[in-house]
Design a protein around this ligand. Structure first.
Ligand code: XMP
Length: 515
């Protein structure tokens, strides 16, 4: 098996999945919380991958590793922080660059022994996310590739089978990154493929059965539906096992897209046969958001209000002893509950919260799955394709896309713009070609001219990105013709918009949502 040492990278779960999906067995360990020295002699481990992490190797409490792991007994692949730590422990130096590198970068191959990574090609795109870099190589290492800024991007010691990569091969935006990892796992480490199937439903059902077993046969459970794919898949899975004993509460927080609450409720009832109870709570959410502009504050208020409304509603279902949540792997990672070394990027309200204030145990059948795996599971469970293919939508909804204060009027304006964008994508057959597309209402106004008059109206930004799992993303290079059409339609059809701009930032350094 392959040992992944998690130094707190945002991408550790992605790395775990890439290795797992390639067919190898994986063990993920956190240094610091676990004495890894015990594993040094473990014969089952055929190779080690050191993940990235947010720290600098010189930071006071920077996570580290026993240098015995690097003595050549088995191959080691160090990624980003993992590469820097490897160089640092073996006598090289790490420096803080003048220029950090985030997002796409090109490799420049500069010779050295590249047998260890034959899948890397000249000038191919890789994905970077770092401030520090390896400056002086440890003895035995040679430089194989640099970034276009001349920083060490690939280094290797072919005698000890040690490889360091400054970029992230695990993310989907590194072209051939998966092939590179597979080469490491199978050719260099000689790992064996395991025989488990790729179907998600049998595993998810088995995991759920275990969780339900602990609750006891007679229990009833409650579920909060958000209208998104994750909670819908979680509820459908649980409903398969429990039928009417699952009570789904679907709260309308007034922050969904145009017509979305009604159409989703219909799907729950007609197509999925869920035992669902709708609750209209939009007034209370909007009241509590009056005067609030700070993004984290918005998330906290929405999270708290959701808990209050849900708690109040759930009093009607006293026989329920557990709560079903559609938490998925990226929520867990980005909210930092998975790793002691990771940093909080955004506090997603669907992690934590409810179970702490209510006396309920938790059923989270999707916690180990990424968005695309959740979609695959949804298909296996028979959820209609149109719904499965809907773009991801954040729990706090349009509140994160109305920058500044969230008011009924501004929400209505954004809803109209958003529906034109989505409609145009569908008309031109481009909806499925982007991973997520939405509009953001900016807190600024700009001058325009309409007819013979001056206008002074709002600005919207359009955000369309490609991604596989939401962890990294690149802006979609949609045809200019499409952008021209959508901009013309928005300014013509939606009163109150003077200007449309297109967001051309990748993640990292930006996030997908603006807040
Ligand atoms: P970011 O903006 O973090 O988004 O790059 C990554 C993916 O997560 C969604 N997102 C959220 N989902 N609660 C959610 O349920 C949240 O608070 C939240 N914030 C972001 C986002 O839409 C994207 O798909």
């Amino acid at each position: 098996m392959i040992l992944i040492v998690d130094f707190g990278s945002q991408y550790t779960e992605v790395l775990n999945r890439v290795v797992r999906e390639s067919g190898a067995e994986v063990m993920v360990k956190l240094p610091g919380l676990f004495d890894m020295d015990e594993l040094i002699e473990d014969e089952r481990i055929s190779g080690v991958i050191l993940s990235g992490g947010p720290q600098s190797v010189y930071a006071e409490k920077a996570p580290t590793l026993n240098p015995k792991w690097l003595n050549g007994r088995r191959p080691v692949l160090g990624i980003c922080y993992g590469m820097q730590l490897m160089a640092h422990l073996l006598g090289g130096t790490v420096a803080h660059g003048k220029n950090a590198e985030y997002g796409p970068a090109e490799l420049i191959i500069c010779g050295g022994n590249s047998d260890l990574i034959p899948t890397i090609h000249l000038q191919e795109q890789v994905w970077m996310s770092h401030g520090d870099h390896v400056e002086i190589l440890p003895t035995g290492f040679s430089q194989i590739a640099t970034s276009s800024d001349g920083l060490n991007a690939v280094i290797a010691d072919s005698k000890r089978n040690l490889i360091g990569l400054q970029f992230h091969p695990e993310v989907v935006h590194t072209v051939h990154g998966k092939a590179l990892i597979e080469h490491f796992v199978y050719e260099i480490c000689g790992a064996k493929k395991s025989t488990e199937t790729n179907k998600h439903a049998p595993k998810a059902r088995a995991m759920l059965a275990e969780q339900l077993e602990r609750l006891g046969k007679q229990s009833e459970v409650i579920c909060a539906l958000s209208g998104g794919v994750d909670s819908t898949v979680a509820a459908t899975l649980v409903s398969e096992a429990m039928g009417e004993k699952l009570h789904c509460i679907f709260v309308d927080h007034g922050l969904l897209r145009k017509g979305e609450f009604e159409s989703t409720l219909n799907l729950y009832r007609e197509n999925l046969n869920l035992n669902v109870h709708p609750v209209n709570a939009s007034e209370i959410f909007l009241e509590r958001l009056v005067g609030v502009s700070d993004p984290e504050q918005k998330r906290k208020i929405i999270g708290k209000t959701f808990i209050d409304v849900f708690e109040q509603e759930s009093k009607k279902y006293t026989s329920c002893k557990a709560l079903v949540q559609g938490t998925i792997a990226s929520d867990v990672i980005e909210s930092s509950h998975s790793s002691a070394n990771a940093q909080v990027i955004k506090s997603h309200h669907n992690v934590g919260g409810l179970p702490e204030t209510m006396n309920l145990s938790l059923v989270e059948p999707l916690r180990h799955l990424f968005k695309d795996e959740v979609r695959a599971l949804g298909r296996e469970l028979g959820i209609p394709e149109d719904f499965i293919r809907r773009h991801p939508f954040p729990g706090p909804g349009l509140a994160l896309r109305v920058l500044g204060e969230v008011t009924q009027d501004r929400l209505a304006l954004l809803r109209d713009v958003d529906s034109v964008l989505i409609d145009q994508l569908k008309r031109e057959g481009k909806y499925d070609a982007v991973w997520q597309a939405f509009a953001v209402l900016l807190p600024v106004k700009s001058v325009g001219v309409k007819g013979d008059g001056r206008s002074y109206d709002s600005v919207v930004a359009l955000r369309c990105v490609g991604s596989r799992d939401g962890m990294t993303a690149d802006w979609s290079k949609l045809p200019l013709e499409f952008l021209a059409n959508v901009s013309r339609r928005i300014t013509n059809e939606v009163a109150g918009i003077s200007r449309v701009v297109y967001d051309i930032t990748s993640k990292p350094p930006a996030t997908i949502e603006w807040e």
